[in-house]
Design a protein around this ligand. Sequence first.
Ligand code: 5AD
Ligand code: SF4
Length: 444
Amino acid sequence: MNVYIKTYGCQMNERDSEAIAAELIREGFRIVKNEYEADILIFNTCSVREQAERKAVGKVGILKRLKRENPDIFIGIIGCMAQRRGNSLLKELPHVDFIIGTEQLTEIPQIIKKEIRKREKITKIETGKELLQGLDLHINTENKVTDFVSVMRGCDMFCAYCIVPYVRGREKSRPIQDIADEVRGLADNGVREVMLLGQNVSAYGLNQSAAERPEESPFADLLYEINKIDGIKRIRFTSPHPYFFNEKLINAIAELPKVCNSVHLPLQSGSDRILKKMNRRYNSEIYLDVVNKLKSRVADITFSTDLIVAFPGETEEDFKATRDIMNQVGFDNAYIFKYSPREGTPAAKQADQVPQKIKEERNQILLEDLKVRTKQHNRTLEGRTFEILTEGPSKRNPERWNGRTTNNKVTVFEPYENISTGDLVNVQIKSSTSMTLFGKVIGR
Ligand code: 5AD
Ligand code: SF4
């Protein structure tokens, strides 16, 4: 049987979909890229913003016709939206056959193999299952330079706007040796860069991470362990919380040669008043302290971030504080989101919701600020030489290749003889835009 999997949302979902696909292949299924060739269609969904849910519901909605024409196909919704909405999705989308939540992901291959043929509607949503084992298979690693490895799941932080702690459950971390084994397997297959994933990755290995700011950092210990693995040249991670950037973690980032000098550090807002209402557990001073410590210890470090504009009650002054801190840090990338009320979260109940028009305006302003700044920053890199991990021919122009610097700048250059993905080369930067560096290979 042919299976089509479509993924919405974060890298964690991408990773889960890959693991499910790998498991299905092992069980004898074929994974197809075209939904019309599929016997089983699976939608791995996201709930973080309303727009993400609307997209998935819209997509599954239009499959009603496909199902009418071909009643033998099976359609399933899995992941965060399945967890959050459960059976009510079956009412809204009666042509759907199965709904499986975030803590039953490892059961999907068995459900597909054994249960769906019975032609009864299936809903499997439980919580507290502490899903940890399984989901460690990868597909087709031969040509991959970078691969994702999920190290922990869930989130205990309960930021006031966020649905994740409700749909992904409590934090649970995999044992360090299981993760190291998985990474060693990837390295043996040619992977050179790993992206360690978790909803609150920097809380890896902590119990009750949100209780008080910890002095320990099991996540730093994990970085030391992964750094030892031959074949792995670069280590990245996402998404951390600034609360866990203590001395131990900062030391690990500064000391370990393979940990990249670009850090994604979600800020959400620059206003202390809003940060407090968001229950973020840091203020601008603590955030800047982490940034400045990292800047002083890691050459050429770059930062990227997540920002929410128009959180309930955000005034012009609050918004200005966000713009100011953005300039102070000088982010090289930012994912800017318009606040989206999520049912069941404290912020959604607040009366002082910000009008849509202001949301749009503030979003545009931050995007423009970011573009201006990255363009300026990239220009200062012209003339300098950086080590690039090669990734393959550029999508826009296959005569050129691209790769990235360790501080995560996409760099385009002319290929050399016998170039292969995963090479480390020195590239001198000749020109740039706000998104890309262009250069010439000057040594290997
Ligand atoms: N509205 C808008 N953005 C949100 N995020 C999380 N919840 C919401 C919400 N309700 C953003 C945060 C988080 C990123 C993954 O999504 O910035 O870091
Ligand atoms: Fe959501 Fe906050 Fe947890 Fe991130 S740390 S997943 S924003 S609750």
